[in-house]
Ligand binder design. Sequence first.
Ligand code: C2O
Ligand code: CU
Ligand code: CU
Length: 535
Amino acid sequence: MSISRRQVLLIGGLGVLGAGGAVLPLGSVEAKSASRLSAKDMPRPFQAAFVEAPILQPTSTGTDKDGSPVNHYKLTQKAATVSILPRLRTPILGYNGLFPGPTISIDQGTKAVLRIRNRLPAVHALDGHALSTSTHLHGSASRPQFDGYASDVTRPGFYKDYYYPNFQPARTLWYHDHGVHNTALNAYSGLAAQYHMHDPVERRLLPQGRYDVGLTVSDAMFAADGSLGYDDNSHSGLWGDVILVNGSPWPVMKVQKRVYRFRILNCCISRSLRPTLSTGDPVVVVGTDGGLVPVAQTVANWRHAGAERYEVLIDFRKYKTGQRIELRNLSNKNNVDYDFTNKIMAFDVTDEPVDTSDPTWNRIPTTLAGSEAMSLQAGQSVKTRRFRLRRSDSTGMWTINDDSWQDVIASGYKKVCADPELNSVEIWEIENKSGGWFHPLHIHLVDFQVLSRNGNASFAYERGPKDVVYVGEGETVRLLMKFTPHKGLYMMHCHNLPHEDHDMMAQFRVGLREDDWDEDDPMTAAKAEWDADSE
Ligand code: C2O
Ligand code: CU
Ligand code: CU
């Protein structure tokens, strides 16, 4: 490995490279453990109770200039210690000190102003990088200066107000740190959370309230003292041996004999999942990254990369009281798997009476909702662009068409990899020739349709509006999208976050020429402010 790198990251002083045998690229590696916990401190599947992230309450509600309702929220990024392991406490960085952060739940048509206060320590305890952050609401067509542009950072002691339009159809979004070159370690340390947008169509069709359940799935490795370890194998990726759901290891959730809706976010910084039920029964996919699918898809398992969201219905009606159904992980090529990474969580069926006056208790809709992204036709495209994802042989850097975010920085944030017109429709073809890596490619601003994969139809479960596409080994995908509704600079990048940080990220410019005045310039339009508030 003659790769230039900032080799961080240690577990109790020792890299885990040897322990996991994980020198990548690799086929699929199986290893015992990545964590250095003693046997009694190591969590085991199905010992912890399932918990949901709390819902964040607005600090105030009001009306915008244009008469639309607006909710104001406040979140403080801070260091905290939380209880993840059975006996030891784990230092994390979290929104309001939580791992994951609180869920924001809001209706379409209600705008949001989210004040993010950076009260983090000056530097990260593991590698000493400065804890400047940038907050991205992933899944929102936000204006560029509120989109978590990686280099638009808020330093400790400052705050920034982010304005979210919430005009899009109902969907599962999530917010996470996007700080330049340090997104992976910051998100891994806890700076990630769900954000649910509701609309009347979705409210009528799908389970709500306690039957509408967010599952934020992540993986972690632990040092002997219970702190998080980090080893990204020379920026290939981090594969932890402990699977967490909403911050609990392999939890067990009690369920009634009815239909539940799960909003599954793969929040692992590198690992991809292939979830499946232990019963062999299928699940029904009703939503993808950008909201409801046009037609529900019944699938036995699905390939689920970091940052992708799948909303699935699981029907527990036919199971017996006391029966345990496991949500398992069949994994995919080029992950590193450990003894228990084949499990995610479990459901224990109870005999708690079911409220059958709720029409979603037994409803499995077959048609859901159309959307602008899904009604686009390939014939509307005015341009096809091609992007090649690869690792540079000479520098070891991850690149998009041989470019990286370093090149964007060096150009004074001018350099772009594409310049679509506002409201134009284009086809973007993304190629990954490598057999040793998969890349979850994320494009900001847009919802896209996956037109094809290697010339064949897309997978049944990804036939909905998407903003991340799994570009697997040796795959070429074609995406169809409309660049709306904002002009300006937006990022695209791999969502394997160590790849993103080193430095598989580029930007495109919508509806502007290079020298046009950009009132939404993300580096200058809305700066962070000094936070005078003392508590
Ligand atoms: Cu979820 Cu640009 O990120
Ligand atoms: Cu995003
Ligand atoms: Cu990648």
